[in-house]
Design a protein. Structure first.
Length: 346
């Protein structure tokens, strides 16, 4: 089986334990975090061979990061070792009316200062069937935006499927370019696009008709998003499928969750999950993307099954501490079939 390649930055994740605020902590939980690494770990867990492409400095923290990726059977041979530091993410887990908060310390990281000429994408992609990236990567620097552009262009020329998660983070675009200036060219090279209504509106000025997120009370009408999918596919004609994750945030511990998938003809809707006791929602969207890629590769003639797998996988991720989704295919299938004690809205 050919590989799935993911490209992006991985950071040291320092989390406040339990539900403490960062200002209360005398120690922090250590792990690693990165959108594209999260997708690679999910896929590897489902038996899909993966290679993760990033840049890390030569120090023991980066060594630990690579050893952890290897423990999940993620390919690391193409990771570049240069630069001075690994980026850091500080996490404060919210509770009830207090939302979770993330603080970044990633300026001038090894990844952000990566040489645009250092990667040979023709070589990296020679055994690949799929390339995945997110909007976080081109947000970090002109260098990473250029490398992302090279990767997409090469994959397109080689006939490799390209997917992206728009994943807009406004506080990361600090090098003089706006997402609306950079992202359209990159997304134009994508076959599969994942986003949500906020991403599409802030980056491409596309929003669903007759929808106000402030009036949902955690219950989102999925069919209202067909207009976003149609507009996105019209703007980006290469796109064959558009997926949108649907999160209804009732409070920090209680969310509704689901997704839709549009193939240009039909809008498919997943089951809706009522997640009442969230352990860790960070990485939820990445676990959906990992599940979707697996589903589209495994069930190429059944978009509904692929969508259900993605929604269930990401629902279960909310019960797992840390960025990585660590659930089995059997657990996901059990949830889809309703043979668990989890609460499901159908």
């Amino acid at each position: 089986m050919k590989k799935v390649i993911t490209f992006g930055e991985i950071m040291l994740r320092l989390g406040a334990p339990d539900y403490l605020r960062l200002t209360q902590c005398n120690h922090l939980d250590v792990s690693f975090a990165g959108a594209e690494a999260n997708v690679a770990v999910s896929l590897s867990n489902y038996g899909i061979p993966t290679d993760y492409i990033t840049c890390l400095p030569n120090n023991p923290i980066a060594d630990k990061c690579i050893k952890e990726l290897l423990s999940y059977k993620v390919g690391t041979e193409q990771i570049v070792r240069s630069g001075k530091r690994i980026g850091i993410l500080y996490l404060e887990t919210g509770s009830n009316a207090r939302p979770s908060r993330v603080f970044y310390d990633r300026e001038n990281s090894a990844f952000a200062t990566m040489n645009p000429q250092i990667l040979d994408w023709q070589e990296i992609l020679k055994d690949a069937q799929w390339l995945h990236w997110t909007g976080i990567t081109p947000a970090l620097s002109e260098n990473t935006a250029e490398i992302c552009r090279q990767a997409i262009k090469t994959a397109n020329a080689m006939g490799i499927t390209v997917s992206c998660d728009i994943n807009y983070r406004g506080n990361l675009w600090n090098y003089g370019k706006e997402a609306s200036e950079v992202m359209p060219e990159l997304v134009a090279g994508c076959d599969i696009i994942l986003g949500n209504e906020e991403d599409c509106e802030k980056v491409f000025a596309i929003k669903p008709q007759d929808f106000d997120a402030n009036q949902t009370n955690g219950q989102i009408e999925q069919s209202s998003f067909i207009s976003v999918c149609k507009q996105m596919m019209k703007k980006f004609p290469r796109c064959k499928k558009m997926a949108i994750t649907l999160r209804g945030a009732i409070n920090a511990n209680h969310n509704t969750w689901g997704g839709v998938l549009y193939d240009g003809n039909e809008l498919l809707q997943s089951q809706r999950y009522d997640i009442t006791d969230i352990v860790d929602r960070v990485g939820g969207g990445d676990s959906f993307m990992g599940g979707l890629i697996y589903g589209l590769l495994t069930y190429p003639e059944n978009n509904q099954k692929a969508l259900e797998f993605a929604a269930a996988a990401s629902c279960l991720k909310h019960t797992i501490k840390g960025d990585y989704n660590q659930v089995s295919i059997r657990e996901i299938e059990n949830l889809i079939n309703g043979s668990t004690s989890g609460r499901v809205q159908r």
